[in-house]
Design a protein around this ligand. Structure first.
Ligand SMILES: C[S@@+](CC[C@H](N)C(=O)[O-])C[C@H]1O[C@@H](n2cnc3c(N)ncnc32)[C@H](O)[C@@H]1O
Length: 204
């Protein structure tokens, strides 16, 4: 079924890490935006829909001591944990973000190209509820989604595209936008994808 764990497990069991459109050699932009939040290396951070992104690996290399990666795909989480030799600082969580009930609060919530798959209001509200349950007041969200002039599909699935007004409306009055950045991702096959990235702080 489109968007299901079956779809994503199929992706992560049949495709090489660098053969998916969202692959990036280095998560440099995310790392720079995370550094700007001022989050401490000992603070709990979570990457939503992290898949096989190299962000978690890079955070561990930089000395972050409490890194969680959530993904709907068990295949992705298993590969990520194995790739990092079951590093005790890394926690894998197999869950759909729309049913995620966080057991703790994180200082930093990162999402690159995951929220944009939630096209319906019920799923978007469920994501927001998980965010409010899982992000500590004063914490930061770094998110990136296809921009209004970005592609209409990702991994063959329809997406909802986000400009700054769309992100402001989604996060709502409990969040303040700290910074934003438009960027172009070049896929392994050479296609250009326009993204909007944002940093919001949770005020209350
Ligand atoms: C386009 S990929 C992006 C992966 C990663 N964030 C990156 O930047 O490389 C989307 C990821 O979100 C995961 N995903 C899709 N829908 C999800 C959902 N409802 N809950 C949790 N993860 C989901 C997929 O398994 C996949 O790893």
């Amino acid at each position: 079924m489109p968007g299901s764990s079956t779809h994503w497990n199929d992706v992560y069991t049949t495709r090489a890490e660098d053969a998916v459109s969202w692959f990036e050699e280095s998560p440099a932009r995310s790392l720079a935006m995370i550094a700007q939040t001022g989050v401490a290396k000992g603070d709990p951070v979570i990457d939503i829909g992290g898949g096989l992104s190299r962000l978690a690996d890079a955070l561990l290399t930089e000395g972050y001591a409490d890194v969680s990666v959530l993904d709907i795909s068990r295949a992705a989480i298993d590969r990520l944990i194995a790739r990092n030799d079951a590093d005790a600082r890394l926690t894998g969580i197999v869950s759909d973000i729309t049913t995620f009930a966080p057991a703790r609060r994180y200082a930093l919530w990162h999402d690159r190209a995951v929220l944009h798959f939630l096209t319906g209001e019920t799923d978007r509200a469920a994501y927001h509820a998980a965010l409010m349950a899982g992000l500590a007041p004063g914490g930061s969200v770094i998110a990136a989604a296809f921009a209004p002039d970005g592609p209409e599909k990702c991994s063959g699935l329809p997406v909802r595209r986000y400009g700054l007004d769309d992100f402001d409306a989604f996060f709502g009055p409990q969040f303040s936008r700290v910074s934003d950045e438009r960027f172009t991702h070049v896929t392994p096959s050479g296609a250009e994808q326009r993204f909007q990235a944002v940093h919001y702080r949770r005020d209350s």
